[in-house]
Write a protein that binds this ligand. Structure first.
Ligand code: SF4
Length: 329
């Protein structure tokens, strides 16, 4: 079986991904959008990092830049010590099999003209792995692994429900036994009951195969359920990052406090989209086209002092693996 189980890695035991000072700006006719502005983070083997923040904070761009779907302006993305930025196309392709992505809209990421068996044998073909018979066998095993039946292989994406289509995307993403899967709002478009099933599937795959996830979501309930570490992003920067237990029990950054106070009793139950959109914060985030000087949160922060308007706080350690960017912490 190509997708063999391996012992789950303990969180943080061995460094898998190291993102350092990553920058991705977009030049537009209205100015420069500072979508990702000097982000650093790490993910250990088998670890789940939940990346949260309001819509437009840059978290999806960060995921796409880590995947190489967007070209970084500067910084590094090291996977098992190899910097993926600047690799030749050929070398990047061989490393790509270790990092896969699941998108919010499985319909958009699955070719509607390919049946599921074709969709699931394609990753092996692209990388020249196995014979035709082996690839078909692996496709069947993948279907079973994500809770679908072998006969589903002969159907096309439009013949499935949203949850089933996301199961197919997940099967495709894990086909090559990646070490890291970037999940970009992977359950956001699904009904609450289906969300729970897909979250449980992701959790069981992670435990069985020692997968690591960068789990990008605006749904704090789902992140609270899945993550080992949580990173909070605001206007292109990480403002707080640390173990889930520390962030949920004692968030330190005023933005994190406000964000999480909107979620009464974070529980294992995923919340629906309408619930998550209730902001506890006053006002909208400023535009990344013209971010505020100093601390970017100062225009919404109830604790802002003069220094905050001019001096950008750096992300500094306040406890083992827990970092915060705030002058008052
Ligand atoms: Fe608020 Fe100042 Fe801290 Fe920024 S640095 S979060 S404005 S107190």
């Amino acid at each position: 079986m190509i997708v063999g189980a391996q012992a789950p890695a303990s969180a943080g035991t061995s460094l898998l991904l190291e993102v350092s000072d990553l920058v991705k700006h977009y030049i537009t006719s209205s100015g420069t959008v500072r979508a990702v502005d000097g982000v650093s983070l790490t993910i250990g083997e088998g670890e789940v990092l939940g990346l949260v923040g309001e819509s437009g904070c840059g978290k999806s761009t960060l995921g796409r830049t880590i995947m190489g779907l967007e070209r970084a302006d500067s910084g590094s993305v090291r996977l098992n010590g190899t910097d993926l930025i600047g690799l030749s196309r050929r070398r990047l392709r061989s490393h790509r099999r270790h990092v896969q992505m699941i998108f919010q809209d499985p319909f958009g990421s699955l070719n509607p003209r390919s049946n599921v068996q074709r969709l699931l044998t394609e990753p092996f073909e692209v990388h020249g792995i196995g014979t035709r018979a082996q690839r078909r066998q692996w496709a069947t095993e993948l279907l079973q692994r994500v809770g679908l039946r072998p006969e589903h292989g002969f159907r096309y994406p439009h013949e499935f429900s949203g949850g089933q289509r996301q199961r197919i995307s997940i099967a495709r993403a894990i086909a090559l036994q990646p070490k890291l899967v970037v999940c970009d709002e992977a359950v956001s478009a699904l009904d609450v009951s289906v969300q729970a099933q897909i979250v449980n599937l992701l959790r069981s795959l992670q435990r069985e195969a020692g997968l690591a996830y960068l789990f990008i979501s605006h749904d704090l309930g789902v992140v609270g359920h899945l993550a080992d570490q949580i990173a909070v992003m605001y206007l292109g920067s990480i403002v707080e990052i640390g173990p889930k237990s520390s962030i949920l029990r004692g968030p330190l950054h005023p933005y994190t406090k406000a964000l999480f106070s909107a979620v009464p009793g974070l529980s294992a139950t995923p919340r629906n989209a309408a619930e998550e959109r209730k902001p506890a914060l006053a006002g909208e985030p400023p535009s990344p086209l013209n971010p505020p000087s100093g601390c970017r949160f100062h225009t919404r922060c109830p604790f802002a002092v003069d220094r905050c308007r001019n001096d950008p706080p750096s992300l500094r350690a306040v406890a083992p693996r827990h970092k915060v960017a705030c002058h008052l912490v």
